[in-house]
Design a binder for this molecule. Structure first.
Ligand SMILES: [Cu+2]
Length: 146
């Protein structure tokens, strides 16, 4: 009887360990489920974003955490519709910055923000746009954008 009891005592320990592991995994999946936070591939510090289709009066927002320059474009109207966000610690700190999508242009096409600034794109056109990270001509050598 005592032997059976001591074996039973080992079960709660493994249950506790399993519960802790479950909590750790649950915490991870909660973090990565944040909107706008796509797959975190280890090579890029800045996770890629893609708004998908934004209809008239629709909007999309993304918070830029890392210092650097991020290019983006509209996958429907590229290469005419491109923009750039520069994240600099010298920039004036602001909670939020806004870029309009109007006349098939990002306006302003280039903004500079401080780290952890949320950028909101608003579609003022009567047709659909996207905000897609990258450059429509990526695959080129990246020299001279004009
Ligand atoms: Cu567009």
């Amino acid at each position: 009887m005592e032997i059976v009891n001591s074996r039973r005592h080992s079960y709660p320990i493994s249950i506790v360990v399993f519960s802790v592991m479950t909590l750790i995994f649950a915490g991870c999946s909660t973090d990565s489920a944040e909107p706008g936070n796509n797959t975190g591939n280890g090579s890029n510090t800045q996770p890629a974003f893609d708004s998908g289709q934004i209809n008239q009066s629709g909007s999309f927002s993304y918070t830029f955490e890392e210092v650097g320059t991020v290019e983006y474009y509209c996958s429907i109207h590229s290469p005419d519709m491109q923009g750039q966000v520069t994240v600099s610690s010298d920039a004036e700190v602001s909670e939020r910055d806004t870029v309009l999508m109007e006349n098939t242009q990002f306006n302003p096409a280039q903004i500079t923000v401080a780290p952890s600034t949320e950028v909101v794109w608003i579609n003022r056109d009567s047709f659909t746009h996207t905000v897609t990270q990258g450059n429509p001509s990526s695959g080129g050598n990246g020299g001279g954008g004009y």
